[in-house]
Design a protein around this ligand. Sequence first.
Ligand code: ATP
Length: 235
Amino acid sequence: MTPVLEFDRVGFAYERQPILSGISLSICAGECTALVGPNGNGKSTLARLALGLIQPTHGVIRLFGTQVHRFRHWSLIGYVPQQVAVAAALPISVEEVVRSGLAGQLRPLRRASSTQEERIEHVMDLMGLQQLRRRRFSQLSGGQQQRALISRSLVTTPRLLFLDEPTSGVDTEARTALRDSLEHLVSIEGLAVVYISHDPAGFEGLARRVLEVRDGHVRPAPGPPQVSSALGAVA
Ligand SMILES: Nc1ncnc2c1ncn2[C@@H]1O[C@H](COP(=O)(O)OP(=O)(O)OP(=O)(O)O)[C@@H](O)[C@H]1O
């Protein structure tokens, strides 16, 4: 099966500052991979490279077998960055935030299709947002906002989802609920998740692999036994 995402000997530098070098990894459908590592070692950079937001200085990145600079099916990729600027002062409801995930797919003045409406309802059920759908986004707690933003990224039914610190400011109960929802998406819908976090409790039992980004390299994180097949798979 073609990997959802491949890095083949990828290097990256900001200006002349090397950040990543010789990164080879492969991510498949239906698995969650956690990326851990100290601040400033390149975890978010790795995500931005995979999303084509920045270009590698060396190597090749492929999404669904297509080099990232030629890839066009961006609705297959979800991304919830670490800090999301949603105009907090606007009177925008939770439901509107979630629906805005379809913005790239709807033509002007077109309504969502019945399939898209079903997807919106499914995602809001899964993420426990039905009770909150008419609430103003700005009035939600940090954890509730995070669920709305993740839901927004899920309405296009992506096959690969990047989550950057999804549990920052989230309590234990909400973290467990998020993990259960992601578990469903990974095991039932076959979603591939790249989960960037400093909070192992958020991905415990969910991530099949924990990779550490440190000193420009990606290696299996020290700790419990790893399934390390993602690394070097395309080298
Ligand atoms: N736009 C930029 N221009 C120059 N350097 C940058 C830029 N963005 C990030 N960096 C630098 O690249 C390095 C990697 O940053 P990155 O955000 O990928 O780290 P991270 O591992 O995700 O960190 P954290 O755990 O703090 O989120 C850091 O040294 C950072 O200062």
